[in-house]
Design a binder for this molecule. Structure first.
Ligand SMILES: *[C@@H]1O[C@H](CO)[C@@H](O)[C@H](O)[C@H]1NC(C)=O
Ligand SMILES: *[C@@H]1O[C@H](CO)[C@@H](O)[C@H](O)[C@H]1NC(C)=O
Ligand SMILES: *[C@@H]1O[C@H](CO)[C@@H](O)[C@H](O)[C@H]1NC(C)=O
Length: 186
């Protein structure tokens, strides 16, 4: 089932028509974030920061100050892609994963593996459970560096909700994958 999801993504992406031209294998796509919004539950999180870096829009930084220790943490990941002709966003991936398993290398899905790798070593080590309350910071997360090469250029949206077990933090991101060789700089 897990493999099927990924296969589905590989198979499905090339059929997005004009919005999804496959770029030559060698040119790595760049990622640019457009929006990043978070909403936290005041019972679990005293403050949070969700920002796209001003001087490099491929990077995001997340900071969360937990009011309670985390013993259990699940996340739901949803990926949306535009579908022609009207380019309205359709949900392509919808996953529920156990974040506490990440530190053991159990991601449950390749898509999640990409995201966890992007956090970097130090941040990944902060995903262990149980973990004490306090401020956790995940600076300069670079998803683009870890994306597989076959992806098409496209706009996309991601929604991630963290549950422990009730809702702690909702995040919603939008961005685009583009071919830097075909754009005139930033
Ligand atoms: C997060 O999203 C869920 C589902 O949309 C909603 O029920 C919940 O209230 C949201 N939580 C916060 C903290 O915004
Ligand atoms: C957390 O996610 C795992 C893996 O999908 C699932 O087996 C488990 O039931 C989930 N736990 C909760 C409380 O939702
Ligand atoms: C994050 O990236 C910015 C800009 O590239 C850099 O100035 C900053 O030092 C980096 N922060 C960390 C913690 O790596």
């Amino acid at each position: 089932m897990v493999k099927f999801h990924w296969l589905f993504l590989i198979v499905f992406l090339p059929y997005h028509g004009k919005a999804a031209k496959i770029s030559p294998a060698k040119s790595r796509l760049s990622l640019q974030w457009k929006t990043f919004d978070c909403a936290s539950n005041p019972l679990h999180v005293s403050r949070h920061k969700c920002i796209i870096l001003d001087n490099d829009k491929s990077l995001i930084t997340v900071e969360v100050d937990y009011l309670q220790a985390i013993t259990q943490l699940n996340a739901t990941f949803k990926l949306f892609l535009p579908r022609p002709p009207f380019k309205e966003f359709h949900k392509i991936i919808d996953l529920n994963v156990d974040v506490c398993q990440f530190s053991k290398g159990l991601y449950g899905h390749k898509f999640i593996g990409v995201i966890v790798k992007s956090l970097g070593k130090k941040a990944s080590s902060q995903l262990k459970c149980p973990r004490p309350k306090g401020l956790y910071s995940y600076p300069n997360i670079s998803i683009a560096d870890n994306l597989p090469g076959f992806l098409p250029t496209t706009d996309f949206k991601v929604e991630i909700s963290f549950l422990s077990p009730d809702c702690m933090l909702n995040t919603s991101l939008s961005g685009m994958l583009y071919d830097p060789a075909k754009t005139r700089g930033k």
